[in-house]
Design a protein around this ligand. Sequence first.
Ligand code: ATP
Length: 326
Amino acid sequence: MALLSIKDLFVGYRTIMGTLHVLDDVNLEINKGEIVGIVGESGSGKSTLGQAIARVLPGNAIASGSIMVDGVNLLELSEKEMENYRGTTVFMILQNPFTSLNPVKTVGYQLMEAARIRMERSGEKYSEDRAYEMAIQALKDLRFPDPEIIMLRYPHQLSGGQIQRVVLAMSLILRPKILIADEPTSALDVTIQAQVINLFKQLSKEMETAILFITHDISLAYVISTRLVVLYAGRIMEDGDIESVIREPMHPYTQGLIAGVPDLSKFVSGKIKLQSIPGNPPSFLDLPSGCKFHPRCPYVKDICKVQEPKLTRVNNRIVRCWLYGG
Ligand SMILES: Nc1ncnc2c1ncn2[C@@H]1O[C@H](COP(=O)(O)OP(=O)(O)OP(=O)(O)O)[C@@H](O)[C@H]1O
């Protein structure tokens, strides 16, 4: 059985302009130890998907469908029940990591609190010395040269990149079953970025943590992921093993994304020349009829304009496109 099973997920945002239907018909199963790159242009719904799974959607959001983890539908849990799942079952590193930390508590307090939660949920007796050790080790893993000093700092005394690394250290301590990381390396120096990617790979290998790695950068997703999920206008357009999706993208949108990245396009054996996708993603207030990608698609057919294709399995790939039967 899959660790995470999302069925018919729909997420809308209520706004004064009306309800934005952002995620629609999201169906996704993720197994232990998979690292799933979630890619798509800005506004495609990547963060919304992560926030729905971690149950941290903003107050104006409405969600339906099911998000099953260990036989429990997270969407049906009360806020209080959800507390038992936060951190160790699902942990999300938000795009703005400041919001993950308590501004009036020291880094040390917050990391040791994470260690306490980890110990208690694993049935271990809490030991302050052990919690301190775990916090220091996690900070060392995140390349802080002076972890003892960082433990004494408050979040506002740290830089954006340091905050990001503290939250990453917290995820190493919590060892969640599902780690959702929303653009986790964007504020980091290149050398530390590489280190963080290796830590994620280690976490998924040793702890079988399933990682959803959200990024607009498909080449970064290629470096870290074992699988790629491509979102467009809140829909999954393609989902498959990373190597095969990058080498033989089936959906015209995925082809366009890959063709726009110089380093990746060379994998596509000369079939696609480097170019950007013409046009812009649609507004959620005025989505096109039929396939949401049809106004930008070079292979558009009549049916694409009137009927939205369903997610269809084609060999080992899942794709939403009339070119493959819809
Ligand atoms: N609280 C909100 N209220 C109304 N609309 C929202 C809210 N949060 C997000 N949206 C809208 O939902 C759509 C999807 O946003 P989301 O942040 O999930 O996309 P994204 O792919 O993560 O984008 P980015 O890469 O820029 O972070 C966007 O059109 C965004 O403006």
